[in-house]
Ligand binder design. Sequence first.
Ligand SMILES: [Cu+2]
Length: 180
Amino acid sequence: MKYFLLSIATTSALMLALPAFSQDAKVGDLDIVHPYARAMLPGAQVGGGYLTINNNGATDDKLISVTSDRARSAQIHTMKITDGIMTMGELKEGLAVPAKAKTELKPGAYHIMFMNVQKPFKQGETVKATLTFEKAGPVEVEFTVGAANATEDKTGMNGQMDNHATHVMPMPSGSTEPMK
Ligand SMILES: [Cu+2]
């Protein structure tokens, strides 16, 4: 019994000492890997969220909505280059998550956009959100907030293409907006 108590104490101490690592999540055949968000500038109201979805099943699924206590709404965005201008817009029908495939949400590409954020995300904190999939259903996810230019691959290349601080609010849903 003594040993048991000791090991709990040791484990808690270790967990407190470690920085908040991202929490992977699972729902049905879907693995949600490394959810992270970017720190927002003071006064900024829009933040980006990124993660990878591994669909290990034989059925196509779709990410249809995202909600979070930290944002009045959240959208699933796509980014593309049209006539040399980077634009982004809401995927109103949701984001396809094909069977036996990996779907990546990352800077410069698909991403989750947290809108009307009252308290800007701060590096080191965790932002809770619920992702809802058409077939697999809802799943709680915790986004670890990294630096304002955080990218999973740390090349820094994509960071320049996806600076959400330049977003102008409000953005009519479904519209596209040139990136400045
Ligand atoms: Cu966006």
